[in-house]
Write a protein that binds this ligand. Structure first.
Ligand code: AMP
Ligand code: TRP
Length: 328
């Protein structure tokens, strides 16, 4: 039986947090047996915001080590660095010339990011979703596992692909978004009305995968909740709902079982149990990361092998697009 192919990417813009893990990386790891997997550290996307070159190089390599530590298994999956494959920006240019300003102007992430960072609103940031479309379409991916914030970008990708196929001839597979019900939108601990993000400034905003047990306990203790006392899943109690969602994923318990577990108990007990389960779940990742990150040669070999393996797929799609459009 031929397995469906999934493609996904993550930016090396700093340490990854619980939102990245639960919304994306954990799902990649958990479904590795089911699919043919291609995962990419999207460093070319990272330069749409200001990066220190030395830091970017370090973050790229450390993120690759972190993905392996999370359980990406090279026997089942492919991992590579985006900038190693020249066809990404090359296809992106062809797609740029086939997407309207109207479609691009609707992208909410561009609006959010440019409002947050008004001093560096560059053309690359505006074109970011097209490079993302190129990433996905080059590999003829069937599915794209991501968090909910990427939904609009995936819709654009599908529209671009459908239109290109119709106007120039069959070239791209139309990818399905794979947005899982739980974990697809982890909220900030200090502000449960905004999604957990790498760039938020608050000291207690996000739990990073490399946080020590003490730091995790402190952040959970300080997490914003409300003045009610019962521990129940209620969407209107955003802070608690977010924390319970995290507990649900890590413990694999049902909502009913969790509510029973904390019946008659308060926030103190729930938060201790939650901190404990996060600490225990992240411990093996942190330990594996510490081992891997010092093995630079090994990581580099994996990434090079990854690029070598996927390059022919990218080349073949790009050459077809080039031919269809009259560039060869
Ligand atoms: P990024 O760090 O922006 O490259 O995101 C990598 C992956 O994490 C993408 O699939 C995002 O959709 C996902 N992601 C980022 N933040 C969150 C969040 N707060 N909750 C769930 N998923 C997220
Ligand atoms: N835009 C994605 C994010 O910020 C990262 C990304 C780039 C991506 N290219 C991709 C995700 C291709 C999935 C597929 O999270």
């Amino acid at each position: 039986m031929i397995k469906k192919r999934v493609f996904s990417g993550i930016q090396p813009t700093g340490q990854i947090h619980l939102g990245n893990y639960l919304g994306a990386v954990k799902n990649w790891v958990d479904s590795q047996d089911e699919y043919e997997n291609i995962f990419c550290v999207v460093n070319s996307h990272a330069i749409t915001t200001t990066q220190n070159p030395k830091e970017l190089r370090k973050n790229t390599y450390e993120l690759a080590a972190m993905l392996l530590a999370c359980g990406i298994d090279m026997k089942k999956s492919n991992l590579f660095i985006q900038s190693e494959i020249d066809e990404h920006p090359a296809l992106s240019w062809i797609l740029d010339c086939n997407v309207s300003m109207g479609e691009m102007n609707r992208m909410t992430q561009f609006k959010d990011k440019s409002a947050k960072n008004p001093k560096n609103v560059n053309a690359g940031l505006f074109n970011y979703p097209v490079l993302m479309a190129a990433d996905i379409l080059l590999y003829q991916a069937d599915g794209v596992p991501v968090g909910e914030d990427q939904k609009q970008h995936l819709e654009l990708t599908r529209n671009i692909a459908e239109r290109f196929n119709r106007d120039f001839g069959e070239c791209f597979k139309i990818p399905e978004p794979m947005i899982f019900k739980s974990g697809s939108r982890v909220m900030g601990l200090d502000d449960p009305t905004s999604k957990m993000s790498k760039s938020a400034k608050g000291a207690n905003h996000a739990i990073f995968l490399l946080d020590t047990p003490d730091v995790i306990s402190r952040k959970i203790k300080k997490a914003t909740t409300d003045s009610q006392t019962s521990i129940v899943f209620d969407k209107n109690r955003e802070g608690l709902y977010n924390l319970l969602g995290i507990y649900e994923i890590f413990t694999h318990k049902t909502k009913e079982v969790i509510e029973q577990e904390f019946e008659g108990k308060g926030y103190g007990e729930f938060k201790s149990a939650l901190a404990e389960v996060i600490i225990e779940s992240l411990k093996p990742i942190r330990e594996e990361y510490e081992k891997l990150v010092s093995e630079k040669g090994y990581i580099e070999k994996i990434l090079q092998a990854g690029a070598t393996q996927v390059r022919p797929i990218a080349k073949s799609t790009y050459n077809r697009a080039k031919e269809l459009i009259g560039l060869v």
